[in-house]
Design a binder for this molecule. Structure first.
Ligand code: UDP
Ligand code: MG
Length: 317
């Protein structure tokens, strides 16, 4: 069986179109399939529409989360609930075209255990995002200690074995494209053109994007931690040179010079403390081991009672 896991949050305008495109594609593949819609605490009619669809189509599994947990929390719940021998992950706004799935399934049938979809082109109505994405990938590419395919999002397929390896990772802050590369396994890359969202507004907040970008960098690079060295050494040199120059010129009491160096050092130190805070905050997350999300109920053609009230946890240590 092939599963498709899709997180949805306030997507009432899209639910019908989404399901008709997904089911057309999946029926065309000619294998047993299910689609797991994860309702991430939507405040509109998304859940109602999904349950109506589900009453008519036994391919549908609806996972209802206890509240809005965010994109990664919803995806993790979808991955945990999916039962397929291969699991496709995609966004629910049709920016990831379901029509690419048959190509992924073919790659899987040809032996790939991980299929990553890489964006060839990117249509985006919010132009400032394109600039931020380009900047993010450049920084990540430069910093990461492990080669991560750039321009790749969550869209892709994982074989059961790869998915189980992924779910066994003990990480709370998950940068999916990075971890999907990190687990290894025979991988195939398929490319696609990313379209603009089919309807409605983007559901990811700016803050959650920044958090995700920092998750990516902190979980694949120690380089920012070494930044204090990199900044500290020139700062010390600069301070020594200034002191020397002031001593030689006999102008050691220059208030302006002192102010400038105090600000400079203060700035460098606060910046470095900020970098440390990003890592420490994430270590704190990992230590508390709270679930990534909580499932309120799972609705499938044949309900499995034990699924309600489940925690979506990183694997136990
Ligand atoms: N999403 C979610 N929970 C959230 C925010 C978004 O499940 O808190 C879903 C959303 O419905 C969509 C996918 O995650 O299916 C990606 O979000 P979106 O398309 O808004 O992100 P963007 O395209 O703006 O990066
Ligand atoms: Mg989107």
């Amino acid at each position: 069986m092939i599963s498709v896991a899709i997180p949805v949050y306030n997507e009432e305008e899209l639910v019908h179109l989404l399901h008709s495109r997904v089911s057309d594609v999946m029926n065309g593949i000619g294998e047993n399939w299910e689609v797991v819609y994860v309702n991430d605490g939507s405040k509109d009619a998304t859940l109602k529409l999904l349950l109506e669809l589900q009453a008519k189509d036994p391919h549908i599994v609806v996972v209802d989360l206890s509240r809005n947990w965010g994109h990664m929390g919803a995806l993790s719940a979808g991955m945990q609930t999916a039962r397929g021998d291969a699991v496709v992950l995609m966004d629910g706004d049709l920016q990831d075209p379901p029509e690419v799935i048959p190509e992924m399934v073919r790659a899987w049938r040809n032996g790939a255990k991980v299929v990553s979809a890489v964006r060839r082109k990117r249509e985006e109505s919010r132009k400032y995002l394109l600039v931020l994405f380009a900047l993010f990938y450049r920084i990540l590419g430069a910093l990461s200690d492990f080669p991560i395919p750039l321009n790749s999002g969550i869209f892709g397929l994982m074989d059961r074995q790869a998915l189980d390896s992924f779910l066994a990772l003990r990480e709370y802050n998950r940068y999916l494209p990075g971890l999907r590369a990190w687990i290894g396994y025979p991988t195939t890359i398929v490319s696609y053109d990313r379209k603009d969202r089919a309807a409605g507004d983007g559901k990811l907040s700016f803050v959650s994007r920044i958090k995700y970008a920092l998750d990516a960098i902190t979980s694949f690079s120690y380089k920012p931690l070494r930044l204090s060295f990199a900044l500290g050494i020139p700062a010390i040199c600069l301070a020594l040179i200034t002191a020397l120059a002031l001593a030689v010129s006999g102008n050691l009491t220059g208030t302006a010079a002192i102010l400038a160096s105090v600000f400079f050092m203060g700035g460098v130190q606060l910046f470095c403390v900020g970098v440390l805070a990003e890592y420490i905050g994430r270590i704190y997350d990992e230590v508390r081991r709270r679930p990534i999300s909580l499932i309120n109920a799972v609705h499938r053609a044949q309900e499995v009672p034990s699924e309600a009230g489940q925690e979506v946890l990183p694997a136990a240590a």
